[in-house]
Design a protein. Structure first.
Ligand SMILES: Nc1ncnc2c1ncn2[C@@H]1O[C@H](COP(=O)(O)OP(=O)(O)OP(=O)(O)O)[C@@H](O)[C@H]1O
Ligand SMILES: [Mg+2]
Length: 208
């Protein structure tokens, strides 16, 4: 079973958005996917609950990792884990225990970039990351492509040792789909193609 975690100490950077959209992408591909919510805000579980209103969309197993152990159903191909904000120090090691791949969403703002810098040092100090048991990739989120702050972020991320995988646009499609318990991939293609294409480098990187 592959395991992917979305984590960043910073709140609101897109952990839940990436977790729910990735889970849907792989479930649409026919994989058996479980989505574990480690955040007491329960946004991922709320999203899965809203999803129950639809028939004929792929099933994703819901795991409440706040209240109990993470035990995906037998035969699960992929476990996606949505971490809460504010995980630091020794708690990082504990969170990463079963994680193959860690995706770190970052917002294009000077405050978030500085916080990201500090957080990367913490992550790189974690045993699993330093032993290459967990690999890390960065995704810039809520990007307005022609802004200076995004160009600054791009330059900053380009200089890091951690791979900068892709950027996702600031788009109402994420908000509209999330409130319905859907992913952007489940909205009309004509509405979302500019967003969807930006996922390709991430999906490609995850194949490795
Ligand atoms: N690319 C995007 N374009 C527009 N809105 C977005 C985008 N990504 C996320 N959002 C919105 O930003 C808000 C925060 O995103 P999300 O909940 O995914 O962040 P989070 O890191 O999980 O936050 P928390 O730390 O509170 O768990 C949500 O309202 C979400 O719909
Ligand atoms: Mg969240």
């Amino acid at each position: 079973m592959r395991t992917i975690m979305l984590m960043n100490a910073k709140g609101g950077c897109g952990k839940t958005t990436l977790a729910t959209n990735l889970a849907t992408w792989y479930a649409d591909e026919g994989m058996k996917v479980a989505l574990a919510d480690f955040d007491p805000q329960m946004s991922t579980l709320d999203w899965l609950e809203a999803r129950k209103a639809y028939e004929g969309i792929p099933d994703i197993e819901a795991i409440d990792a706040v209240s109990g152990p993470v035990r995906p159903a037998r035969g699960t191909d992929l476990l996606i884990m949505d971490a809460p904000a504010g995980i630091h120090g020794k708690a990082i090691n504990k969170m990463l225990l079963r994680v193959d791949t860690l995706i770190l969403p970052v917002l294009p703002s000077p405050i978030d970039m500085r916080a990201c810098n500090r957080y990367l040092s913490e992550l790189l100090a974690s045993g699993r990351v330093s032993k290459h048991q967990t690999r890390i990739g960065i995704v810039a989120n809520r990007v307005k492509e022609q802004t200076r702050v995004y160009h600054d972020l791009e330059a900053y991320l380009g200089h890091l040792k951690i791979p900068f995988i892709t950027h996702l646009r600031e788009s109402q499609n994420y908000i509209r789909s999330a409130e319905k318990g859907l992913a952007i991939f489940e909205l009309a293609p004509s509405q979302v193609y500019k967003d969807v294409i930006l996922w390709d480098p991430l999906l490609e990187w995850l194949k490795i």
